[in-house]
Design a protein around this ligand. Structure first.
Ligand code: M6R
Length: 617
């Protein structure tokens, strides 16, 4: 939630800061703001702090800046997803202290802000917003005695909660300060320049060399130096630079009208990239070097618990079916927000698998900490290099989906499935629960998935027709069984998120226990019915819907003659091993949600009330 950018160098700061925010807009879009330090044409000493902010999207701020640009070569900027205080101009960041010299942007939540605010008001501080953030900048102002670094450090020692901040001061125009605790922050450097950002894509135009700032650390950037210090002790911390492999093109739309459509189409490549290097040359074994340090643990694990949120939780559910079927290890799946508060039964023989695209989801991080405290070993499946989730895991299996910008997750989901498949096969191979021949057969099938995904993406006729006919529907029902029950949940989530149509995802077998009452001639029911051991059961569901005059949109395997007979519309997927089918059946559902959202004129990439990474509870 919220995106921050900071810049110091020789370029026009406004340009860098706004370009950075465009890549972070997915993190929040209810208000935006920027502050720069401008020396103007006057001699040094006459520097002014200039701030522009507004309610609404970044585009509103950009129009303001087009009319009256800000000058200066150092600055900070912000896109907001409101937590404390409604989205309006005074609550938009940056905020500044009483002297009007220090400005700050913040991502996170300050838990003790009310108490701090009361104290500061008693001391005469004048607050201009309802945000929790403003207390930080007032505290910095209170402690400022000529050294910004020291004042920021003292202020941070007072605050409790989550933050990533960027700070500048008119009295120190050659210093940009950042700090983090619980919210993401990276610092980048290039010749004569320094950058701060909440996420990698914001910096990619200028540098691919970054420092991953850890919780409890502060970074002090000048044009030619980077200093990282521990907030508590004030001592310097040694840190290596990390080279980012993503490029700028991956963070752009490349001709697609929306990031979501681009990302749906990137799935074949993303799956290929995620598989790359993880299958032996002879295609008879899965290689997951990343798990080598946990080999001993994996051999004696007696339970796996998967924790994740939203779409990643649906991936976890597919993981449960797959791991249990291939490895015969019991698997529990929990949403992280439930897991963290249910006092889960976990011990040293439990393996916890945390799944997160962003690696910054607050509930998932809290769940991991809970599991660690109880002695569990933790593996994460994550898309963002060096994110908080990866840093708190004993081993990381990266998805190589590339940057996912659209709020609705698509390619990250299919790549999470791929990693879960690889993981299940790896475990099955280690625990010898599969014959060599079967393992080989499954590996070959897995490698065929990118090609099958390409085939699905080539023919959108039926999906477009369904979007055209049903985009005004009041609701949708999604049904699936076994491995494709999570697909039904994911299809329903996609349409809810971006089209604002109410949708329910149900296990087919549960239909008679309630949702069948909803069936009527106006209700589209999406039935996920590829070839599987429950195909007959799904067929019965479909017939029951038809008998009640419901509209059936089915996803079936090529060559199926029964499902089409009872459906109004059928989207075919290529034939595939049952366990891998969720990686394909979800694609038509992503497309359906996308085209319905477009027809309804919805803001596909930035749906209302949502943010890409939920870094607060
Ligand atoms: O970054 P994460 O994978 O941890 O995010 C989890 C959910 O917030 C995320 O999947 C959310 O449900 C998406 N908007 C779904 O499209």
């Amino acid at each position: 939630m919220c995106g921050i950018v900071g810049y110091i160098g020789e370029r026009n700061a406004q340009e860098v800061l706004i370009k950075g925010l465009r890549r972070l807009e997915y993190r929040g879009y209810d208000s935006a703001g920027i502050a720069t330090l401008d020396a103007g044409k006057k001699p040094k000493g006459n520097i002014s702090l200039q701030v522009k902010k507004c309610k609404g999207k970044l585009s509103t701020l950009r129009s303001m800046l087009e009319k009256r640009p800000l000058r200066g070569k150092i600055g900070i900027s912000h896109v907001r997803w409101a937590t404390h205080g409604i989205p309006n101009t005074s609550n938009a960041h940056p905020h500044w202290d009483c002297s009007g010299k220090i400005a700050l942007v913040h991502n996170g939540i300050i838990e003790n802000y009310e108490q701090l605010k009361e104290e500061l008001i008693r001391q005469g501080h004048l607050f201009r917003s309802q945000t929790d953030t403003e207390v930080i900048v007032h505290l910095i102002g209170r402690y400022y005695k000529g050294r910004l670094e020291e004042a920021v450090r003292k202020a941070l020692k007072q605050v409790r909660g989550a933050y990533a901040i960027a700070v500048i001061s008119k009295d120190e125009p050659d210093t940009l300060i950042g700090a983090r605790s619980g919210s993401p922050l990276i610092a980048g450097t290039a010749q004569g320049e320094g950058f701060l950002a909440s996420d990698i894509p914001a910096l990619l135009d200028y540098t691919n060399e970054v420092f991953l700032i850890d919780d409890g650390q502060m970074v002090v950037l000048t044009r030619n130096s980077v200093k990282i210090i521990d907030v508590q002790s004030g001592e310097k911390v040694r840190k290596e630079k990390v080279k980012i492999q993503w490029d700028v093109a991956q963070a752009e739309k490349e001709g697609y009208p929306h990031f979501m459509l681009k990302e749906i189409h990137e799935q074949p490549k993303a799956i290929r990239d995620t598989l790359m290097g993880r299958i032996s040359r002879r295609r008879d074994a899965v290689i997951l070097q990343e798990l080598a340090p946990l080999r001993k643990t994996l051999s004696c694990v007696n339970k796996i618990v998967i924790i994740s949120c939203g779409t990643a939780w649906h991936a976890g559910l597919v993981g449960k079916y797959t791991i249990e079927r291939l490895c015969r290890i019991p698997v529990e799946v929990d949403t992280s927000s439930e897991f963290r508060y249910r006092d889960p039964i976990i011990d040293k023989r439990t393996l916890v698998v945390a799944i997160s695209q962003s690696g910054e989801t607050a509930d998932t991080l809290a769940g991991m900490r809970e599991a660690k405290d109880k002695g569990a070993k933790i593996i994460s499946i994550c898309n963002v290099l060096g994110s908080s989730v990866t840093r708190e895991s004993q081993a990381v299996l990266y998805t190589h989906a590339g940057p996912e910008i659209a709020v609705a997750s698509t390619k990250a989901y299919t790549c999470q499935l791929i990693v879960l498949y690889l993981f299940a096969l790896y475990l099955a191979q280690a625990r010898k629960t599969l014959s060599g021949a079967r393992l080989k057969q499954l590996i070959r099938e897995l490698e065929r998935l990118p090609h099958s995904a390409e085939k699905i993406l080539k023919d959108k006729k039926v999906v477009l027709e369904c979007a055209r006919r049903y985009y005004k529907s009041f609701g949708f029902l999604y049904l699936g069984r076994a491995l494709n029950f999570p697909t039904a949940l994911e299809g329903a989530l996609k349409i809810k998120e971006i089209s604002y149509i109410h949708a329910e995802g149900y296990a087919g077998g549960e239909m008679k226990h309630g949702p069948i009452a909803l069936i009527n001639p106006h209700l589209p029911v999406v039935c996920v019915a590829p070839s599987s051991h429950v195909h007959d059961k799904m067929l019965s569901n479909i017939q029951e819907i038809k008998a009640r005059k419901g509209i059936v949109i089915s996803v079936a395997s090529a060559g199926d003659e029964l499902v089409p007979h009872h459906s109004n519309h059928v989207v075919y997927i290529p034939k595939v091993e049952e366990i891998f089918s969720p990686a394909l059946t979800v694609i038509p559902l992503q497309l359906l949600a996308y085209y319905i959202a477009v027809k309804r004129d919805c803001d596909v990439d930035q749906p209302k009330n949502l943010a890409k990474s939920v870094t607060v509870e």
